[in-house]
Design a protein around this ligand. Structure first.
Ligand code: ZN
Length: 356
């Protein structure tokens, strides 16, 4: 879908609205996706997070089907990695307990401090700026933790920590959407820093980025979304960092107890396949890629600049995605097991990238 210049006109908010306005459409899509029936792409936008209606309609049979599983990974004798999922789940609970965490809010500031407090002794940088939006100006702050490696090149993992400004008054706490991504990155930091502070990891450098302003402040569009990621991609293009990135992965909505990671076709095929191979090595592959289709997320500005990227996202949160961007996005819908699956798979993917 990238490179197509037609207008992307569906939003994550619209997904929420559409699912209530057109329930039969959503049901139809769900059935179509699960039964691997090829359908007209003009309908698929209802399940997309900013998909390309016009472009999709021009290629009615090209996407949104069940993909064939990628080839199996070669044998590897290294022990399989495991995150501490209980701890990651506890982080999710604590992050969610702050309440709404939209840009510019007090809770947002509290969460910034919470993240920084968990990165004591790590190499932490800020990418802070003021975003000009249709709802006024907002302070935006990407938080970057760097874990140096012995090999050239950087593996970047992004996860957004903001919640939606338009949903600020409905008791929206974003346990899955914003909470789970913030938490799993904190757990990755625990895994990456090793024993002694400042110890160099045996492999590529890994940079974790808690992105800000992923959500639209009014309605998802090219200019109203991905504020932090767009700023960072531009900055890293100018300072030469982008050229050093071996792979970039986004974590988003990965806590759903009913975990079905989508094969987001806005992404780099070899990296999507590598993630699947990692999942397969851990026996988690049944949670990956039952559905495929284009979903816009924080990786988009990097994909546009040629960085090998993949979005690890489950955009089927509750039957027909009914909990997405609603006050029902709460802790009781999540499971530590899902964090375990995504966390272990991501660490294994990093290990495989180190071997390449
Ligand atoms: Zn969202």
């Amino acid at each position: 879908m990238i490179g197509n210049t037609t207008k992307r006109n569906t939003t994550k908010i619209e997904v929420f609205q559409a699912s209530h306005r057109v329930p039969l459409c959503s049901l139809w899509l769900k059935i179509c996706l699960q039964l691997a029936v090829t359908i007209a792409l003009s309908s698929t936008v209802a399940c997309g997070k900013g998909t390309d209606r016009a472009g999709a309609a021009s290629k009615p049979e090209s996407t949104l089907k069940t993909p064939a599983p990628p080839q199996s990974a070669p044998p590897d004798s290294a022990p399989v990695p495991h995150i501490d999922a209980k701890r990651a789940f506890q982080y999710t609970r604590e992050v969610t307990a702050f309440g709404p965490r939209y840009m510019g809010s007090e809770n947002h500031k509290k969460l910034e401090r919470y993240i920084i407090d968990h990165l004591k002794g790590d190499q932490v940088e800020d990418d802070a700026f003021t975003a000009d939006t249709v709802e006024g100006t907002f302070p935006v702050r990407n938080i970057i933790a760097k874990f140096p490696g012995t090999k050239d090149g950087i593996i970047v993992i992004l996860g957004h920590y903001d919640t939606n400004y338009p949903l600020r008054n409905i008791g929206y706490v974003g346990a899955n959407d914003g909470g789970s991504s913030t938490a799993i990155l904190l757990e990755y930091a625990n895994q990456l820093r090793g024993g002694e502070s400042g110890k160099t990891r045996d492999g590529h450098s890994v940079w974790l980025v808690w992105t800000d302003g992923e959500e639209a402040v009014r309605k998802w569009s090219d200019t109203d979304s991905l504020y932090g990621a767009r700023h960072l991609a531009e900055k890293w293009e100018k300072d030469g960092t982008l050229k050093k990135i071996k792979a970039l992965m986004v974590m988003d909505m990965i806590g759903d107890a009913d975990l079905d990671i989508d094969r987001n076709t806005i992404g780099t095929p070899w990296l999507l396949d590598l993630i699947y191979a990692a999942a397969e090595r851990l026996g988690y592959q049944s949670h990956f890629y039952a559905r495929e289709g284009p979903i816009e997320d924080d990786h988009l500005p990097f994909v546009k600049r040629g960085v090998p990227s993949a979005d690890v996202i489950d955009l089927d949160y509750g039957y027909n995605n009914v909990f997405h961007h609603t006050a029902q996005d709460t802790m009781d819908k999540l499971s530590p097991k899902s964090l375990q699956i995504v966390g272990d798979t991501t660490l294994e993917t990093i290990h495989m990238l180190d071997q390449r």
